[in-house]
Design a protein around this ligand. Sequence first.
Ligand code: DX5
Ligand code: ZN
Length: 232
Amino acid sequence: MRHWIAPSILSADFSRLGEEVNAVLKAGADIIHFDVMDNHYVPNLTTGPLVLSSLRQAGFDCFFDVHLMVKPVDRLIGDFLGAGADLISVHPESTEHLHRTLNLIREGGAQTGLAFNPATPLQVLDEVIDLLDLVLIMSVNPGFGGQAFIESSLAKVAKARRRIDASGREVRLEIDGGIKADNIGQAAAAGADTFVAGSAIFGSDDYAAAITAMRRALKQTESSARPSRPAG
Ligand code: DX5
Ligand code: ZN
């Protein structure tokens, strides 16, 4: 699958959100990662469906990857579908009935994602993989941008990759938290194909240079992953 870079608007300047989204799209972003936090499931508060729908009304027709860190989650799904979400990811801990929640997203016409915190085991994945378009591995504890990458997430990405491949389905594998040009290659080598980056992009003076540096690191992984020729 093609690699996608997904700037997280969590680190954008919210007083100029439309300009910021426009700037990262121009700089080469593939999709926009829209973090939603409720000060209950995670200890921080961000934006809701109104902000997404304002972006749609302003004419943005890009792919919006909505990451819901809210509990309870079901009631907000309809609002985000109506606001124009293309994909909605939920955490298994945020709903009592995950199967129903994923079906709500699908039946509403959006793609589904399931997000795993660093300490959340992957077991549930096998039960619902038929309902998924994306698996999201958190490489920080959710709640804040700019945190340090948790190294053990790489092994978890590799585990998730094996489960996805065993399912035979086309499911994207996203990594979220602490991704920068100097570790994105390792994340790709572990099996990720979609890379959320907040502070590494919005914290730089040149968004295009930050995204280009990530693409360059991804290219290097591709070539080092090429099999070596048999000796003799
Ligand atoms: C954290 C969010 C992430 C975050 C990533 O809870 O889900 O999407 O914004 O930001 P960085 O790339 O700065 O870790
Ligand atoms: Zn996120």
